[in-house]
Design a protein around this ligand. Structure first.
Ligand SMILES: N[C@@H](CCC(=O)N[C@@H](CS)C(=O)NCC(=O)O)C(=O)O
Length: 204
């Protein structure tokens, strides 16, 4: 049953939204999903929630939060403090943060941008996007050849943050074939309890 207190404003094909939805599901937190397509994000009502006009936005009672990484940190600290999803120790927290930054940086401007260009005709420099994508995926692959998860020896919010735009990279014309360790990591995330996939684009 939906928890009337938690509302997630987002998009079904938004990887930024998907990572928050995944965490809500994996923490067992019921929520209400409010689809917020581009025309909604430009309304005065939405801009009061996030003046940047971006999804996801999370409302938890009177608390309103924007930015997928910020929301994930909030959810763990509020509902699962001290849990393995985001450890408190300095080194563990730093390792998780590194991958949240990669999700917001190289993955956003590489595979996620490739998908925006290929599926929605967004303007962008395809050669640059391909170069960013191959650099980050090559790094992820060598990193994952020696470990099961990105930040620590168990799943953390870093894995959830990086999952969708890597899993859906082929929709943007970025092949995962050269990256077997990345593919094996994707399968490990998909096997976690309460995993839910982001729908394929275009719809299959
Ligand atoms: N740093 C933000 C980025 C979110 C983001 O780029 N969302 C996209 C949809 S996936 C969006 O709302 N784009 C509209 C815009 O930037 O105007 C986050 O992590 O939540």
């Amino acid at each position: 049953m939906a928890n009337p207190d938690i509302v997630l404003h987002g998009g079904e094909r938004s990887g930024h939204t998907h990572r928050v939805a995944l965490l809500l599901n994996m923490l067992g937190l019921p929520y209400r999903f409010v689809p917020s397509p581009p025309e909604v994000r430009r309304t005065e009502e939405f801009l009061k929630l996030n003046p940047l006009g971006q999804i996801p936005v999370l409302e938890d009672g009177p608390t309103v939060l924007a930015d997928s990484s910020a929301i994930m940190v909030y959810l763990v600290k509020r509902y699962a403090p001290g849990s393995p999803w985001l450890p408190d120790d300095p080194v563990g927290a730093s390792r998780v943060q590194r991958w949240l930054s990669i999700a917001a940086g190289e993955l956003r401007y590489g595979p996620a941008m490739a998908r925006l260009i290929a599926l929605w005709g967004a303007p962008g420099d395809r050669a640059q996007v391909d170069a960013i994508s191959s650099r980050v995926l090559k790094f992820m692959n060598s990193h994952l050849e020696r470990r099961s998860f990105l930040a620590l020896d168990h799943p953390t919010i870093a894995d959830l943050a990086c999952y969708a735009y890597v899993a859906h990279a082929p929709e943007g014309g970025v092949s995962l074939a050269p990256y077997p360790a990345v593919q094996a990591w994707l399968r490990r995330i998909e096997q976690l309890p309460n995993f839910t996939a982001m729908p394929a684009s275009p719809p299959l």
